[in-house]
Design a protein. Structure first.
Length: 305
């Protein structure tokens, strides 16, 4: 199990050529696999996966402190992972327990994703989720604190998980808020990609496109009803959206983090793939009516390869 710091170092250039190549292969594999299943189904599994990753960290923290799984943890494992407890009792050294639990989660809880060929994508995007990053950020200080001040009773996983989500990933910025901002940014970028065929193009957009753009970005267009996104460019629309929807994030200095997290968000990756497919259809059949954004987003969420 690798933490977000290790992943971030590898992705930010602090890695060997071989590591960079492996990372590029992982990105390519994940982006292909995420397109094998509709978004709503992937999202449900993704949310569940993040919590299971956190559960494995909770177990690891307690085992690291006690040197074994105490009865309270064994009871939880018996309830959540019934056929894993016999394996856990035989594991030596105890540090292997968290690793084997992680393997069990992949092979039992998410066996359907493994069989259908999208488990790698589930793992790739899961460990990069802000909620998972918060769990890792909570895990290390918890382990250190518990070693200094041994507890008679450890917090239940549910309590530990809620505390992790309240942890600040930035100054006075909790993981819950980070997740909300990242998902809002992903939604905004989907809107930009919906407009992509019109941006910089010498075509007059349909009136309903102009209405939707005015509703979401009322100050972006001029007052003239016949001036659409074709008179603007991609960068100016993106800048406008960031200024309109994320002024506090920019002021607080973590907009680059939001951009990076959005780029590795599975729904955004799906949007990019669908956008390319849709652009080809537009070039082949330019007479096709321009879809409303809600219909375009629905089509992107359900598009599979």
């Amino acid at each position: 199990m690798r933490g977000p710091n290790q992943i971030r170092q590898q992705e930010s250039g602090h890695s060997s050529t071989q590591e960079k190549q492996a990372q590029e292969l992982a990105i390519t594999l994940a982006s292909r696999q995420v397109m094998r299943v509709p978004w709503n189904r992937f999202r449900q599994a993704h949310d569940e996966y993040v919590q299971w990753e956190a559960f494995a960290l909770w177990v690891r923290a307690i085992v690291d402190v006690d040197g074994c799984a105490p009865p309270s943890v064994v009871a939880v494992l018996e309830k959540r992972c019934a056929d894993f407890t016999e394996q856990a009792a035989q594991l030596h050294p105890p540090e292997l327990l968290a690793l084997r639990l992680h393997e069990w989660i992949h092979n039992q809880v998410f066996i359907y994703a493994k069989q259908e060929g999208w488990l790698d994508a589930l793992h790739f995007y899961g460990v990069r989720d802000p909620r998972c990053e918060a769990a890792w950020a909570h895990w290390e200080p918890c382990t250190q604190e518990w070693k200094r001040n041994r507890l008679r009773v450890y917090p239940a996983f549910e309590t530990w998980w809620l505390a992790a989500q309240d942890r600040e990933l930035f100054q006075e910025v909790s993981a819950d808020r980070v997740l909300e901002v990242v998902e809002t940014y992903v939604d905004c970028m989907a809107f930009v990609h919906w407009l992509r065929p019109l941006i910089g193009a010498d075509v007059k957009p349909a009136s309903q496109v102009v209405r939707e753009l005015r509703r979401k970005c009322p100050d972006f267009l001029t007052a003239s009803p016949d001036v659409g996104p074709n008179r603007q460019d991609w960068q100016s629309l993106t800048r406008y959206i960031e200024e309109r929807f994320f002024p506090e994030v920019k002021k607080e200095g973590w907009i680059d983090y939001v951009r990076e997290k959005a780029s590795h968000h599975p729904r955004h990756v799906r949007t990019l793939v669908y956008g390319e497919h849709w652009m080809k259809d537009c070039s082949v059949s330019p007479a096709l009516p321009y879809p409303r954004f809600s219909r375009w987003r629905y089509a992107a969420d359900n598009f599979c390869e």
